[in-house]
Design a binder for this molecule. Sequence first.
Ligand code: NAD
Length: 283
Amino acid sequence: MPAQIIDGKKISEDIISEIRAEVAALTGRPPCLAVVLVGNDPASAVYVGSKKKMCEKIGITSIERILPASASQDELFTVIKQLNNDDGVDGILIQSPLPKHINEQAVFNFVLPEKDVDGFSPTNAGLTALGESGGLVSCTPAGCVELLRRTDINMSGTNCVVIGRSNIVGRPVASLMLKESATVTICHSKTKNLAQYTRQADILIAAIGKKHFVTPDMVKDGVVIIDVGINRTPDSKKLHGDVDPACAEKASHITPVPGGVGPMTIAMLMSNCLKAYKRNHAK
Ligand code: NAD
């Protein structure tokens, strides 16, 4: 029987409705997200636009700080410092990728942890790695776990295999799954005989960045697949996941691409904004 599709679009819409209702009930000023964009990468401009639109839909104020591609790291730090010190700003998002002359992690390190809605600062990444719940969790990994939670998929005691060890997806999602009491294996580009691990997975999370990399022979019957990959082929504008859609014939549940993890990322960003606002107001 083909897999049940985990509808990330629908689940993210539910989350957005919940956040919107919470924002509508707030007294005082609405939450405020500052988005910082450096340069004129067209894809980044689209992402910033969709975040702005989502803020409007929810009732979150959004402000933009746009710097030219030639801006120095110090100029960017000056902008972030202003936002860090502005009590009217709850969340700060630095749109990635930054121009090559800027050290991205140094910039993420500069954002105040309590305003770091991307969860990329060492404090927030560290809290996630420690399994602590006090920080702001990186949006895509949080979205993966929320998809499983809202689909009523048991995570405790399962074998979870994560392919990918990046700081923005692989590592934090592995920490979150460990927190859910899964037995977690992290595989990466140097893993030997990858399929030997993936075939053991009850839950497989693919964050590789290679179109249809995971094939049906690499998974077992009944596996739950979370496909984080977003791959655009040069000849088409279509998006493809890291998992061959034919795996749906073996899986019990699978996320589609597009419409799976993607919409969850922005929903979790909005959730982090509200969380940051509430903490800011509780001070
Ligand atoms: P990355 O390039 O930083 O990391 C890729 C990881 O895959 C690395 O850790 C590498 O070790 C591993 N890998 C590469 N080749 C491999 C191989 N042959 N065998 C096993 N492992 C291999 O990428 P990332 O930023 O973690 O993103 C991964 C994918 O997720 C990309 O397609 C990206 O576009 C997508 N993504 C989606 C969202 C979303 O919102 N849905 C957010 C972030 C990233």
